[in-house]
Design a protein around this ligand. Structure first.
Ligand code: HEM
Length: 396
C-alpha cells in the first residue's frame, strides 16, 4: 500500500481500505508526491489538534494571493491561531449558548414538518433536496438574519469554497484560486450589504449582535464581520446536510437499528454520534507546523503540512472496539468528527439538535423508507455523504 494520496480513489470504501492499511503500517506517513504528511491514528491526530502552538490553522501563507479570499479570512476564525482565535470565538460562543440552541427546538421541528408536508403523500422524494439541505440552511439563515429564500445562492458559495475538482493536489493553482475568488467576491458583496443594512437598523439577529459586540474594547469592522458571518453560514449548513443524509443511509442499511429507534427514540442521540463516527462528514483537517517537532515518533520539520484524517482516526481500533461496526448504542464514543481542542466545532449542539429532531420526525411520519439505487455521493476525499438521496416512503 502506498502513502500517496494522489492515487486514492474518490470512493469511501477504497479510502477506508487505505486508512486501515496505513494505520497498521505507518500511522504517520510522509507523502513525497503530495508534498505533505498524513496522520491516520487516533492518538496522533488528537495530539496534533491539542497543540495549536506547534500546529497552526493559518495556511494563508501557502496559498496563491487572492484578495477576495483575504478579505473573507479577516474574520473567519477557523483559520486563526491564538490569541486572535480565542478573542473572535468568544463572541460567537455567546450566541451559541446551550439555552439559545435549545430554544430553537420548536422552530426546527416546525421547519422539518413544513418541509415534509411539501412532499407528503408522494411515494418517493429526494431526502437531500427536500429536507437535509433546506432544514439547516433555513435555520442558520434565520439566525443570521439573511433571507432563507436565497439558499440556492448559498449552496453555490458552499460548493465553490469546499468543492475542489483537483483534490489530489495539495495546493490550488492560480486558476482555481481565481474561480474561488469569484465565488467569494459574490458572497462578500452580499454579506457586506446585509451587514451595512443591520448597522443602519439593528434587529435581534446574530449579525446585529456581532456588529454591537466588542473584543478587547474594539468593535469588529464590516470586513471582519463578513468572514465571521460567511463562516457560520457555510459551516452551519453543509455539514449538517451531510449528517442528515448519512443518518438515512446508515439506518437504511441497518433495519434492526431502525426498528429499535422507532420503538425507543431516546436512543437517537447515541445512534447519531455513531453515524458521525462511521461516516465522518469532513474526513480531513489540515495543519501547518510552526517548529521542528515529532508526531507519533516521526520527526516533522517546521513549515510542513499535515493532513489529519479524522475519518481514519474514527476507526482506530486502539480507541474503538470493533471500529468498523456501526453500533448505535456505543458509549463512550469520543469520535473526532467535530474536531478536538480549541477549534472544536462551535455548532455541534445545533447540528446534534437538528439531526435528532429531523430524524425523529422522519421516523414518526414515514413507517417505511428505503434508499433508491441512484444515490449521488460526494467525492469522499473531500466530504462523506450524499449530494442527492432518493428515498421511497410510506406515510403515516
Ligand atoms: C469547526 C465539523 C456543524 C460552525 C468545526 C470543525 C469540524 C467541524 C471538524 C473543526 C475545524 C478545525 O479544527 O479546523 C462539523 C460537523 C458538523 C458541523 C461534522 C455537522 C454535523 C456546524 C454548525 C455550525 C458550525 C451547525 C454553525 C452553526 C463551525 C465553526 C467552526 C467549526 C464556526 C470553527 C470553530 C473554531 O475555529 O474555533 N466543525 N461542524 N459547524 N464549526 Fe462545525
Amino acid at each position: 500500500m502506498t502513502a500517496t494520496f494522489a492515487q486514492q480513489s474518490s470512493h469511501s470504501a477504497d479510502l477506508l481500505d487505505w486508512f486501515h492499511e496505513m494505520r497498521r503500517s505507518e500511522p504517520v506517513a510522509w507523502d513525497q508526491e503530495f508534498g505533505a504528511w498524513h496522520v491516520f491514528g487516533y492518538p496522533e491526530v488528537t495530539a496534533v489538534l491539542a497543540d495549536p502552538g506547534t500546529f497552526s490553522s493559518d495556511l494563508s501563507g501557502l496559498l496563491p494571493p487572492q484578495k477576495d479570499l483575504e478579505l473573507f479570512a479577516k474574520g473567519s476564525f477557523v483559520g486563526m491561531d491564538p490569541p486572535r482565535h480565542l478573542k473572535l470565538r468568544r463572541l460567537v460562543s455567546k450566541a451559541f449558548t446551550p439555552r439559545i440552541v435549545a430554544e430553537l427546538e420548536p422552530r426546527i421541528t416546525q421547519v422539518t414538518r413544513e418541509l415534509l408536508d411539501a412532499v407528503r403523500g408522494r411515494s418517493a422524494f429526494d431526502l437531500v433536496a427536500d429536507l437535509a439541505y433546506p432544514l439547516p440552511v433555513i435555520v442558520i439563515a434565520e439566525l443570521l438574519g439573511v433571507p432563507a429564500a436565497d439558499r440556492d445562492r448559498f449552496r453555490g458559495w458552499a460548493d465553490g469554497l469546499l468543492g475542489d475538482n483537483r483534490p489530489e493536489r495539495l495546493l490550488p493553482d492560480q486558476d482555481h484560486m481565481n474561480a474561488v475568488g469569484a465565488t467569494v467576491r459574490d458572497m462578500n458583496d452580499y454579506l457586506l450589504d446585509h451587514i451595512r443594512a443591520r448597522r443602519a437598523v439593528p434587529t435581534a439577529d446574530l449579525t446585529s449582535t456581532l456588529i454591537a459586540a466588542e473584543v478587547d474594547g474594539e468593535r469588529l469592522d464590516d470586513e471582519e464581520i463578513v468572514g465571521f458571518v460567511g463562516l457560520l453560514l457555510i459551516a452551519g449548513h453543509i455539514t449538517t446536510t451531510l449528517l442528515l443524509g448519512n443518518t438515512v443511509l446508515t439506518l437504511d442499511a441497518d433495519q434492526d437499528a431502525t426498528a429499535a429507534l422507532r420503538a425507543d427514540p431516546t436512543g437517537l442521540p447515541t445512534a447519531l454520534e455513531e453515524v458521525l463516527r462511521v461516516r465522518t462528514p469532513f474526513p480531513r483537517l489540515v495543519r501547518l507546523t510552526t517548529a521542528d517537532t515529532t508526531v507519533g515518533g516521526r520527526d516533522v520539520p517546521a513549515g510542513q503540512v499535515l493532513n489529519l484524517w479524522l475519518a481514519s482516526a474514527n476507526r482506530d481500533e486502539r480507541q474503538f472496539a470493533e471500529a468498523d461496526r456501526f453500533d448505535p448504542t456505543r458509549t463512550p464514543n469520543q469520535h473526532l468528527s467535530f474536531g478536538h481542542g480549541i477549534h472544536f466545532c462551535i455548532g455541534a449542539p445545533l447540528a446534534r439538535l437538528e439531526a435528532r429532531l429531523a430524524t425523529r420526525t422522519l421516523l414518526e411520519d414515514c413507517p417505511e423508507f428505503a434508499v433508491g439505487p441512484d444515490v449521488g455521493l460526494h467525492d469522499a476525499r473531500i466530504m462523506t455523504g450524499a449530494r442527492s438521496l432518493p428515498v421511497a416512503v410510506t406515510w403515516r
